[in-house]
Ligand binder design. Sequence first.
Ligand code: HEM
Length: 431
Amino acid sequence: MAEVMLLTPSSSSSSMASLGSSCRLPPSASTTKASLLPLISPSLCLSSVKCTLSSYQLPPLVLRQVRRRSLFRRTNAGSTVMTPTCFASDPELLKSARQDIKELLKTTFCHPILVRLGWHDAGTYDKNIEEWPQRGGANGSLRFEVELNHAANAGLVNALKLLQPIKDKYPSVTFADLFQLASATAVEEAGGPKIPMKYGRFDASGPDQCPPEGKLPDAGPPSPASHLRDVFYRMGLGDKEIVALSGAHTLGRSRPERSGWGKPVTKYTKDGPGAPGGQSWTVQWLKFDNSYFKDIKERRDADLLVLPTDAVLFEDPSFKVYAEKYAEDQDAFFKDYAEAHAKLSNLGAKFDPPEGFSIDNGPSKPEPEKFVASKYSSGKRELSETMKQKIRAEYEAVGGTPDKPLKSNYFLNIIILVAVLAVLTSLIVDK
Ligand code: HEM
């Protein structure tokens, strides 16, 4: 089976494909054998070099030099120490990729499908299998056609197409990291909680490493509660995480032509944004909040979707405790969701360095105004901060504020009027 797109356009040969996806060359690395050698970065790790060898036989001298430069670095004090400087993806490039994902979200409103992509890559994990990548999980294997063709993944090829230009721009960012970065960014940009993510995931390198079909949950199994437990417990997740993660259905729509679930169109989806159609779980389906739990509980609107696996969250006694709590308390939902999402995104992943790394070490420059997707799904447009400040300044210039409209001083107006009349009368009488 072929690897589906998402390789740099230049990495067309199959050996180069596996090199680009699993061995993480720097972004500048071009794809010809001749140009490869001078471009090997000193920080390229030994494992990458070994990996490269399977496709490209480096001369032994070059290999030794690369090995030495990658494993030993000079400290400020001048002593030479072992410093593991190799990451599966580069932190700075991940940060740039995150900015590009934010731009993509602003123009295409693809938040839901990116969240589903990250979840479906990670959700194949089996805690009973030790070997990587046979154990499944967040390893980028969903980019291969064989896995994309699993029934549960219908439509996700569109998410891959959306991320293609970003992958092309940062080829050394692994697919596994890119999928999880895109998902977490989408949740945050839709107004959801900040997710404590880590990065540095290795990629599975070939379609033979894809998990077998049937690892993801069905929406309408005969016994939804025990089915959810079978699937999520296999991933090492518990009841709280099942309920919290289901809350991601606050975003997006189900399309009958993809999953077989949902109406073809509703009053909430007929105008998009994005491709119109499908049935959403919530009214504002680009806003990440706790309305999923409220809507599932109340079930007052036939235009909103409730899958059997959603309904069971308020039926099973153990799930219900969490579902009720999240319907009441959005902060509690956000806290548990953020933890569960981070855990999901790490399932089965192999990191470099082994503990992974964060890309949130404090912003170096102030972030631009946050884009909140819900403004677009609600039909209402909120004013930007700049516009609000402008309006406030205009009010203040005439002595008021936007919160307290100016009150006319009728008494003063009458006195002025009387005075003007008196002056006019005296002028006329004088003449
Ligand atoms: C609990 C078991 C789950 C079941 C049975 C389930 C099932 C489904 C189904 C049938 C769809 C519709 C797909 C389509 O027609 O395009 C869907 C969409 C979606 N799912 Fe789930 N899901 C589950 C859990 C999750 C989890 C854990 C997450 C994320 C953490 C998630 C995120 C999403 C999102 C965001 C969409 C909307 C995609 C879009 O609008 O394109 N789901 N899910």
